[in-house]
Design a protein around this ligand. Sequence first.
Ligand code: ADP
Length: 303
Amino acid sequence: KVVVIGSYVADLMSRAPHLPKPGETVLGGPFQMGPGGKGGNQAAAAARSGSNVTFVTKVGNDLFGKNAIEHFEKEQFNTQFVKVADDEATGAALIAVDNHGENHIVIAPGACGTMTSEDVLEADGAIKDGDIVVLQLEISLSAVKTAMERAVIHNVPVLLNPAPYQEFPRELLRHVTYATPNEMEASELTGSDVTDEESAQKAANTLHELGVKIVIITLGRKGVFLSEGVSSGKIVPAFQVDAVDTTGAGDAFNGGFAHAISSGQSLEDAVQFGQAAAALSVMKAGTALSMPQADEIKTFLSG
Ligand code: ADP
């Protein structure tokens, strides 16, 4: 069982020949809407990988909130701890993309931005029953902190994907079993640039010293840097595929990895599983809806 505690936002997207300058209006192509938010994307990746997923989040009592719940049910999440706020709109990401794939994004976190420690405490039973708790930094730090503390009390491993990066007290890292920053987030977390294997190990060492058990720095198409202890890391290469849209690659990795580790796979196998899920996701456009299904991942890994 995977418990994801995090954000849900509706992605609202259009492509335009160029991004608008301040004050400018440009005509875009077709309007596309779909489920998004790091929490929701990672939950979808874990559920499609084959896990029983409990998603703890908050949406509004509005059309996007209804769409969200329909999507959660379709993905077979346990929605017992999805709260519907009466006084907040469902979160939304306003995304403009130009012909070169460059984007402008404004995230209005709405309801999920108001998740509190109390909301997390209501899901304590699910945390206790979980095999892993998956967290990101797209909701309030107080909610994240409570989730970590409850997981530690119940002896449930914590995966922290520190994205999008926000400042937080370093002592929280001692609660973290698996930290999965990308290169930029690893640099921000440790204050030293991560650009290659040597600097990745240096950052991993800092994180180990702060109490993180296993450090997995995702390196985009290069793969991941996997470190199980001070100065013991190595690069595990990514699968070579033709990428169409790499948004959500990290979410696919985290969801796939969480599924694999919680179903008892070894660390190495779980990393490969996560990387396979991510490779398949970058071959399709979209985020939550581009997450691969279990049978696709299985075929990919055996082929
Ligand atoms: P994020 O999306 O959080 O920035 P990364 O870009 O590091 O995360 O990607 C996460 C993982 O997705 C990588 O470790 C890798 O396994 C996979 N991945 C990302 N881009 C590609 C690509 N172009 N080809 C194959 N795998 C990729």
